[in-house]
Ligand binder design. Structure first.
Ligand SMILES: [Fe+2]
Length: 180
C-alpha cells in the first residue's frame, strides 16, 4: 500500500505563540479552529495549500510530563478499501495499540499508535468538506458505498458542509495558486 505524507498534529503549550510563528514565518493560514469536544482543549488547523485542509495542527494538550509534542502524524491513501485494509492489519498486529475507525467528515481514518506510542492516522479523503474539528466513528463491516453514505448522512447538516472540490477552489484562491 502506498502512503503519502499529509500532516502532523502537535501538542503545544502556547497556541497563540505557535500560530503566529507558523503564520508569519511559514506563510500558513488558519483553515479552522475550535474545541476538541465539549469543553475540550482548542485545536487550530493551518495549511499553506489547497490540497490539504491542514498541513499542521496545534492542540493545547501538552503537559509538563509529555516528553514528545507529537500527537499524531497522518498519511493519505487512495481509497476507503485501503483504510479498511489498514484497520484490519493493525487490529491483528499485537505491536499496535488502540486501533480506532474515525471519520472527520472530510476524511475516513484509522488511528493507532506505534510501539513507542507515537500516534498515526491513515486516511482517505471524502468528497465532502466540513468545518473542523469533527469526529464520528465508521463501521469497517460496511461496504465502501455504505460507509460513504453514512459519512455524508452524519455530516450533511453540519456547518460548512460543501463539496470538497468547492472548498479546494476557495482555498486555491486564498493561497494564490491560480495566479499567473
Ligand atoms: Fe489528522
Amino acid at each position: 500500500m502506498r502512503l503519502q505524507w499529509s500532516h502532523s498534529v502537535i501538542r503545544v503549550r502556547s497556541l497563540e505563540l505557535m500560530v503566529a510563528f507558523y503564520r508569519d514565518v511559514l506563510d500558513f493560514q488558519i483553515s479552522d479552529r475550535g474545541p476538541l469536544g465539549p469543553n475540550g482543549p482548542e485545536i487550530v488547523f493551518m495549511s499553506g495549500s489547497s490540497t490539504d485542509h491542514h498541513q499542521i495542527a496545534f492542540a493545547v494538550t501538552r503537559g509538563e510530563e509529555d516528553a514528545s509534542s507529537l500527537e499524531h502524524m497522518a498519511f493519505r491513501v487512495d481509497s476507503i478499501a485501503q483504510v479498511r485494509t489498514m484497520f484490519e492489519r493493525v487490529t491483528k498486529d499485537d505491536r499496535v495499540q488502540g486501533a480506532a475507525p474515525v471519520t472527520h467528515g472530510n476524511a475516513i481514518s484509522v488511528y493507532f499508535s506505534d510501539p513507542e506510542k507515537n500516534g498515526i492516522e491513515v486516511f482517505c479523503d471524502t468528497p465532502f468538506s466540513v468545518q473542523q474539528p469533527q469526529i464520528q466513528s465508521w463501521d469497517p463491516g460496511l461496504s465502501d458505498a455504505e460507509i460513504l453514505a453514512a459519512v455524508e448522512a452524519g455530516f450533511r447538516n453540519d456547518p460548512g458542509f460543501m463539496p470538497m472540490s468547492e472548498y479546494r477552489a476557495q482555498m486555491a484562491q486564498t493561497f494564490g495558486e491560480n495566479d499567473a
